[in-house]
Write a protein that binds this ligand. Structure first.
Ligand code: ATP
Length: 329
């Protein structure tokens, strides 16, 4: 999938210009190429989700945008400024929830927020920020007594004190229960609607489905898929799945033009999935179903749980991650 590349913004971007621009970014650790030439933009008020397998290069990308690493080659710009070394021009304009904790565990929640507040030019009010992340009732508690999910929210709170215009969220909801995750999604949506540009990495695909305006899936340092959720799914075709009849071996499954078949185990049972892609998916999918039913009737077998469905983000992710076939159901 191709990306629309624009010129790098000048030092004085207009509102319509991207807040974040990444062009052909490469980042090596010694001889190892962790990021192999990726490009994307994020505009104000937009959330871009960077998904991918473990070790794909997501954190390296965020840390480069945060200014911790200099690109091995290529360019990153935040409001037209090179972020390497966290220059004063970007101070307070970006915030981050990175992996790792970095909290002073003996302070109370309020003391911790107040400390950052007092070091920040034009900070948000301490109580406003506590309310925003739903930690008002924990203000007097020592950080070490917070749950893992509450600590993640406190880190989010710290990142919001300076009213950042760009937010980097590296797996922000890891360790959160479903309710805390929903609260965090609400906060992120609210920030987006206030015009904050957000770069999110997550292993929760539902999180990306709910929040992302655009998303990319990385694998081994490269962006393999990019676009809006609807755009990505529409190019990935339909799935026709059924429970493998016991009488039928994997090699006996028929082949059809314009479709691929895979078999995998789920819940201890074997499922077959035909993937139909390209133009006129619905019509060709219909023909595959008709042919399958005729094929089953000839052999006097039943295709249990026969169903047709569109691709899910999980299907796309698994395919990108190199899974040999796709889950039915
Ligand atoms: N400081 C480092 N020195 C050497 N190699 C590193 C370093 N940091 C990361 N790597 C390697 O670079 C690759 C990309 O790592 P990165 O943390 O960016 O991946 P990720 O997509 O964030 O993974 P995950 O989803 O597991 O958090 C990995 O193979 C990792 O082992």
């Amino acid at each position: 999938m191709t990306t629309t590349h624009t010129e790098l913004p000048s030092d004085r971007p207009t509102v319509d210009e991207p807040a974040v621009v990444v062009r052909d970014l490469r980042r090596n650790y010694g001889d190892f190429e962790a990021v192999k030439g990726i490009s994307f933009d994020i505009r104000p008020g937009e959330l871009f989700a960077l998904l991918g397998t473990n070790g794909a290069g997501k954190t390296t990308t965020i840390e480069t945008l945060e200014g911790f690493w200099r690109p091995t080659s290529g360019t990153v710009r935040v409001f037209g400024v090179d972020p390497y070394g966290q220059p004063p021009a970007l101070r307070g304009r970006t915030g981050a929830v990175l992996q790792g904790n970095g909290l002073m565990e003996d302070l109370t929640v309020r003391e911790s927020i107040t400390l950052t507040h007092d070091l920040t030019a034009e900070p948000r009010d301490v109580d406003e920020i506590l309310d925003l992340v739903d930690l008002g009732d924990k203000a007097g508690i020592a950080i070490r007594q917070l749950s893992g999910g509450q600590k993640r929210r406190l880190i989010l709170a710290q990142s919001l004190i300076a009213r950042p215009e760009v937010l980097y969220l590296d797996e922000p909801t890891t360790g959160m229960d479903p309710e805390a995750r929903h609260t965090t999604w609400r906060i992120i949506s609210e920030l987006k609607s206030r015009g904050v540009a957000v770069l999110l990495t997550t292993h929760y695909l539902e999180e990306a489905e709910r929040l992302a305006d655009r998303l990319a899936i990385m694998h081994r340092g490269e962006i393999r898929v990019e676009g809006t959720l609807a755009g990505v799914l529409s190019t990935w075709g339909d799935r026709i799945g059924f429970l493998m009849p016991e009488e039928i071996g994997t090699d006996d499954l028929p082949a059809f033009p314009d479709s691929t078949v895979g078999v995998r185990t789920r819940d201890g049972r074997l499922w077959a999935t035909y993937t139909v892609t390209g133009a006129d998916v619905a019509e060709r999918g219909h023909r595959v179903v008709a042919a399958l039913v005729a094929w089953a009737a000839e052999r006097d077998v039943v295709l249990r749980h026969l169903q047709v469905r569109g691709a899910s983000l999980e299907d796309v992710f698994l395919q990108v991650a190199g899974a040999t076939d796709l889950a039915a159901g």
